[in-house]
Design a protein around this ligand. Structure first.
Ligand code: EPZ
Length: 423
């Protein structure tokens, strides 16, 4: 397994071009199954998860042409020859679950091994099943696999007990070809939901209300191909905002969307970081004054994003004063605290709250392990300001969600390189 070797780097200064959003492009690629016609997707980030999704689409019978240099993928699902997602793909990427709704709507069936949990939580799919059942699907689920079958789908009202991003997306995609109207209540409101709805509407779907907690989908007989540029990645944007803050640097984030990162802008502002929405992009300056503590609580959008919790916690270890971090979205998303403590952070975790003492003028370098992609990014940021060397293992997790992470950091002064682990 590869690892990153990270050295104390001083302030990061310069420009970062934000890539397309992982969590938008994955459901959008799944949605291409809803039409026989070709769909051209632009601004696609080069990520492991995108490669896996393309391999799944090919395994289902779709033609997929990738042009990584142009960040473009063309999918033509003229023929779907299989509706079963092989286990080898499910275990690599639980986002394969996004194919359930589209396969059900296009072919009347979808079979996949249970996506299973991951380090941050057991990741159930009960809300996905509830929504698809409401549209008329029969769901057969055991410990190993889940099968959805539907001769036809009929619009219905679905209340989500939790505003699940994936469940909202799966139900919305399936509902586009259902007979009649579907209303999703207590829907997730993330920008990636809006991007998916925009893509679907360009395919001829009739979706209103994406971005609110009430989404209305009027079913249509068929969808056609289209062209779509994916929105910038708001979590990559937030990660580099925190990179400027933790290193007391000065970064210009090009191709970022300030409206998608309002909670991160607000929280960094409370710490004294200066953020300006300039013509060329979002300018983050952590070098202008002494930075102080604040408290964060993760919530579904538009609250503070759970995917920004780990990078922000790393930053909070370096400011004046103590902070609290409350994680309300996933049940086990504090494992990076143990790794930061190996660097001298002294974070105390009690159930859903982490107490971050701050005032760590210097973290000390250590060998640490990424437990999920955002934790991995957080440990890299900590390594950029820690005394001595930091080795971050399990970096394949980081490369699932951050395009050219090492190159982007190196270009702005980050001392980081990737080595294959000989062990
Ligand atoms: C999406 O995951 C993202 N992944 C996650 O990003 C992100 O952290 C999460 O949304 C929350 O914003 C992709 O978009 C590919 P959820 P998803 O369904 O859809 C519970 C990253 O780092 N739940 O909103 O799986 C679940 O257990 C990844 O890029 C149910 O109880 O998230 C969790 O506690 C990590 N039943 C909460 O909802 C269900 O049927 C949020 O999950 C579904 C979810």
């Amino acid at each position: 397994m590869a690892k990153y070797l990270v050295e104390r780097s001083g302030p990061l200064v310069g420009e970062v071009a934000i890539s397309g959003a992982k969590n938008a492009v994955l459901p959008i690629l799944a949605a291409t199954v809803l039409t026989k016609e070709p769909c051209e997707i632009y601004d696609v980030p080069q990520l492991r998860d995108v490669d896996v999704m393309c391999r799944i689409l090919r395994a289902l019978g779709a033609r997929v042409d990738e042009d990584p240099k142009e960040h473009t993928i063309v999918v033509e699902a003229a023929e779907i020859t299989d509706t079963e997602i092989p286990y080898e793909f499910m275990k690599q990427m639980r986002a394969s679950i996004f194919l359930m709704g589209p396969l059900l709507a296009r072919m009347g069936s979808a079979v996949m091994s249970m996506p299973g949990g991951c380090a941050i939580g057991n990741r159930p799919i009960d809300l996905h099943n509830k929504g698809l059942k409401a549209l008329g699907a029969k769901i057969l689920q055991d410990d190993d696999s889940v099968e959805a079958i539907a001769r036809k789908l009929t619009g219905n009202k679905v209340y989500l007990d939790f505003p699940s991003v994936g469940a909202t997306e799966n139900i919305m995609m399936a509902a586009t070809l259902a007979e009649g109207t579907t209303v999703i209540e207590n829907a997730a409101e993330e920008p990636e939901i809006v991007d998916l709805a925009n893509f679907l509407n360009k395919m001829g779907a009739r979706i209103r209300g994406a971005g609110t907690d009430n989404i209305r989908i009027e079913g249509v007989a068929s969808l056609h191909g289209t062209r779509h540029a994916v929105i910038p990645d708001r979590i990559e944007t937030g990660t580099f905002m925190v990179a400027a803050a933790i290193t007391r640097g000065d970064l210009l984030l090009v191709n970022s969307v300030p409206d998608h990162v309002r909670p991160v802008i607000a929280k960094l502002g409370e710490c004294g970081v200066v953020i300006n929405d300039e013509v060329d992009g979002l300018r983050i300056r952590g070098d202008l004054k002494k930075l102080r503590a604040t408290d964060i609580k993760t919530l579904p959008y538009p609250g503070f994003p759970t995917d920004m919790q780990a990078p922000f916690m790393a930053f909070l270890t370096t400011v004046q004063g103590s902070s609290t971090v409350i994680e309300t979205v996933f049940e086990n998303r504090f494992m990076h605290a143990d790794e930061l403590n190996r660097m001298g952070a002294n974070i105390r975790v009690e159930d859903r709250t982490a107490y971050v003492p701050g005032d760590k003028n210097v973290l000390s370098g250590a060998s640490v392990i990424a437990t999920d992609l955002r934790a991995g990014a957080a440990l890299v940021l900590a390594g950029l300001v820690a005394e001595g060397h930091t080795e971050v293992a399990n970096v394949h997790l980081v490369e699932r969600g951050y395009e050219n992470f090492v190159d982007k950091l190196t270009a702005i002064g980050g001392k980081i390189r990737k080595v294959e682990d000989v062990a």
